[in-house]
Design a protein around this ligand. Structure first.
Ligand SMILES: Nc1ncnc2c1ncn2[C@@H]1O[C@H](COP(=O)(O)OP(=O)(O)O)[C@@H](O)[C@H]1O
Ligand SMILES: [Mg+2]
Length: 401
C-alpha cells in the first residue's frame, strides 16, 4: 500500500437496501447470491464490504455490469446515500458520521460530481448552468459569474455562454457538465458513467480531454464505467465489481494478465484487443534507406540483402520521408535520378494510435504503415500480418516479451 495519505479510503463499506438488513447481511457473509438474498429477505445488496484506497492524483476506475453497485458506491462516498456499515475517510478524516452541515462543507470544498446525460437545465444558458453549483452554495452573484466564466473559458466554451443546452451537441453538453463540476476547484471528481451516453468519437475526445485535465490539474478522479476499454484507457487502477463486491483491484495490465478469479478472467477475455493495443505494441524496426546519403544502387542492394521489396525512406536524424519501392529504385538507377525524386507515399500513424484505427489504413495501403513520432522520427513500421496476429493472440502469452 502507498505510504502517502490516501485521498479516499473506504473500510468495510456496506449498503443494504430494504428492511431486513441483518438477515441480508448474514446471508452475504454466507456467500449467498444477491438474488437468493432478495428472494428470502426482500433486501438488496447495494455494495458489500468494500475496502479500497485512492491515491491523490489518481484516476481510479470502478467497473462492473449494470446493477453491480457502482453508483451506490460513488454515492456512499459523498454520503448522498448513508452506509449500512463501514467507514469513509477523505484526506484521513472520517466523514462517516459528520452532520449535514459539515458534510455540505466537505462536498462544497472537496468534491464534485459529474453525471451521465449531462444533467444540464434546459431553460438555463450555459453560463447559468455553470453557475448553478456556486449559486446553491450561496456564492455572491459577481463572484460566481466570474468563476463560471473562467471554468467555461478553460473548457474553451466561453463563446457559447449565452446559448442553451439544446443548441449544443452531446459532447459539448458534457464538457459543460465537466466545466460546471470544476467551478469549485474540487480535489476529487466523481464521475458516474459520465461519457457512456456519447457516441464513440466524441467519447474518445472526452476521454482525451479528461486525461489532459488530469495531467494539468492533478485532480483525484473516481470514474465509473461499464466499459472495459474505457476503464483501460483512463484508469491508473481499476476495481472490478460484481453483485456489490469488489472482485479485483489492479492496474489494467494486472487485470488483463493476472485476473484474480474466473469472473474477472471471463470479463476481460471479451476485451477488444484492437481497442487496447496501439501501434507501438506491434511495430517492427523496418529496413530504411537514407535518401540524403544513399543512392538507388545501395537501396537495391539492401532490398536484395534483406529480402524485402521496399525500404522506408528517411533523412538525417531518421526523419521520416516516405517509401522506396524496388521498382522506383530501378527506375531511379536507369534514369539517373536521386532516391528523393522517386519517394512514394506511405501511410503514417503515431506510436499511440489504436490498432482499431490502423486497420482501415492498412487495409487500403500498398505499403506497410510507418510509425512516426511527433518530431517526425521513424519509430518502426507495421506490416499487415502483425495486425492480424496481434488480434488473434490469446491470453497466456505474457512471457514472450
Ligand atoms: N434506492 C434503492 N433502493 C433499492 N435498491 C437499490 C437502490 N439503488 C440501487 N439499488 C439496487 O442496488 C444494486 C446496485 O445498483 P447501482 O449501484 O445503481 O448499480 P450500477 O450503478 O452498477 O448499475 C442494484 O441491484 C439496484 O437495484
Ligand atoms: Mg449506475
Amino acid at each position: 500500500m502507498p505510504n502517502v495519505q490516501p485521498k479516499v479510503q473506504l473500510k468495510h463499506l456496506t449498503k443494504i437496501f430494504g428492511k431486513h438488513q441483518k438477515a441480508a447481511l448474514k446471508m452475504v457473509a454466507e456467500n449467498k447470491s444477491k438474488n437468493e438474498i432478495f428472494e428470502k429477505t426482500g433486501s438488496t445488496v447495494g455494495v458489500y464490504d468494500i475496502n479500497l484506497e485512492v491515491e491523490p492524483g489518481e484516476i481510479f476506475v470502478i467497473m462492473g455490469l449494470s446493477g453491480s453497485g457502482k453508483s451506490t458506491l460513488i454515492r456512499l462516498l459523498n454520503r448522498l446515500i448513508e452506509p449500512t456499515s463501514g467507514e469513509i475517510f477523505i484526506d484521513g478524516q472520517n466523514i462517516t458520521h459528520l452532520n449535514k452541515k459539515e458534510m455540505l462543507e466537505i462536498r462544497r470544498k472537496k468534491m464534485s460530481m459529474v453525471f451521465q446525460n449531462f444533467a444540464l437545465f434546459p431553460h438555463r444558458t450555459l453560463l447559468e448552468n455553470t453557475e448553478y453549483g456556486l449559486e446553491v452554495q450561496g456564492v455572491p452573484a459577481a463572484e460566481r459569474r466570474e468563476r463560471a466564466e473562467k471554468a467555461l473559458d478553460n473548457a474553451q466554451l466561453l463563446s457559447y455562454k449565452d446559448q442553451y443546452p439544446s443548441q449544443l451537441s452531446g459532447g459539448m453538453q458534457q464538457r459543460v457538465g465537466l466545466a460546471r463540476a470544476l467551478t469549485n476547484d474540487p480535489d476529487i471528481l466523481l464521475m458516474d458513467e459520465a461519457f457512456s451516453a456519447l457516441d464513440p468519437l466524441v467519447r474518445r475526445e472526452m476521454q482525451d480531454e479528461l486525461l489532459d485535465l488530469q495531467a494539468n490539474v492533478k485532480k483525484t478522479i473516481i470514474f465509473i464505467t461499464h466499459d472495459l476499454n474505457e476503464a483501460l484507457r483512463l484508469g491508473d487502477r481499476i476495481a472490478i465489481m460484481k453483485d456489490g463486491q469488489i472482485q479485483q483491484i489492479g492496474t489494467g495490465e494486472e487485470i488483463l494478465t493476472d485476473p484474480a478469479n474466473d469472473y474477472v478472467h471471463n470479463f476481460v477475455e471479451d476485451v477488444d484487443r484492437s481497442k487496447v493495443l496501439v501501434a507501438e505494441n506491434i511495430m517492427v524496426p523496418g529496413f530504411t534507406v537514407n535518401v540524403d546519403n544513399d543512392g538507388p544502387t545501395v537501396a537495391l542492394h539492401r532490398m536484395s540483402e534483406e529480402e524485402v521489396s521496399g525500404l522506408v525512406a528517411v533523412g538525417r536524424d531518421r526523419k521520416f520521408v516516405g517509401y522506396i519501392t524496388s521498382d522506383a529504385a530501378v527506375k531511379a538507377r536507369r534514369e539517373k535520378l536521386a532516391l528523393k525524386d522517386v519517394v512514394a507515399e506511405m501511410p503514417v500513424v503515431k506510436p499511440d494510435t489504436l490498432i482499431a484505427d490502423i486497420m482501415p489504413i492498412i487495409y487500403d495501403a500498398h505499403t506497410p504503415v510507418a510509425v512516426v513520432n511527433d518530431d517526425q522520427r521513424l519509430r518502426g513500421i507495421i506490416i499487415r500480418g502483425a495486425v492480424i496476429e496481434a488480434l488473434a493472440d490469446v491470453e497466456g502469452d505474457d512471457n514472450n516479451e
